[in-house]
Design a binder for this molecule. Sequence first.
Ligand code: PAF
Length: 282
Amino acid sequence: MQIIRSVGELTDYVAMQKNHHHAIGFVPTMGALHAGHISLVERAVRDNEVTIVSVFVNPTQFNNPSDLATYPRQEEEDFRMLAEAGVSAVFAPTVSEMYPSGTAREHEYDLGSAAEVMEGKYRPGHFQGVAQVVHRLFELVRPDRAYFGEKDFQQIAVIRNMVESEHVDVEIIACPIRRGADGLALSSRNALLSEEQRRRAPGIYAALSESVEYARTHTVRQTHEMVVERINAIPEMRVEYYEIVDGRTLMPVEEWSESDFVVGCITVYNGEVRLIDNIRYK
Ligand code: PAF
């Protein structure tokens, strides 16, 4: 596996692959890799002749400086996992390599109304930062296919909107959430949980999955209340938002009959650690 640190080296590497007509699969990450990331990588390795993974903690998508400072980092371990999974090259630049003229955004992306709700509302600027880095990475890597995990359900919708508004020629592939044996969605942030918080964290998925059965005989509003109450009753847990939305537009639904694709998206503070998850009702 080639380890690439500079934009120049990456550009040359990609040009060489394009000359050989190799299909490029791309998995953008912020490192602190877990089995969820590796499942995206394995899919990319299966689908493409070449797989490139980026490992870059993007400062422009953090609206909270302490969240950026405490974001887990484990580069050596990440590289070992990627090499084992059959990755062709990893791109791990510094912040100044990615943003040579500074991190200020020169361009406001058109991300549609999907970027205004939920994460967009609670983390102002977050999706503009995600769009900025993913667009830059797409320009450099020029992938045929890019792979994203459905844990960040809203992020996928926003990236699809960015790809459309910026006319980027790439196929976006959404891959299912990977969970621990106890149901907790795998996330780099799980590493920040204390033993006690980690023990309670599966309560989020337990409430979500229970609510799918509950929803068969209850309204959207009742289902919403049940999930919020169940999770808020767990010590140290606080639901920041729970939204039951149309899976395409991400706009809230009030009746189950309003859409044939309904997803519940949740963010929960477990102590200081912010966890997200989602469940499909329809
Ligand atoms: O999902 C993530 O890890 C990040 O938002 C991404 C897509 C790598 C952009 O920094």
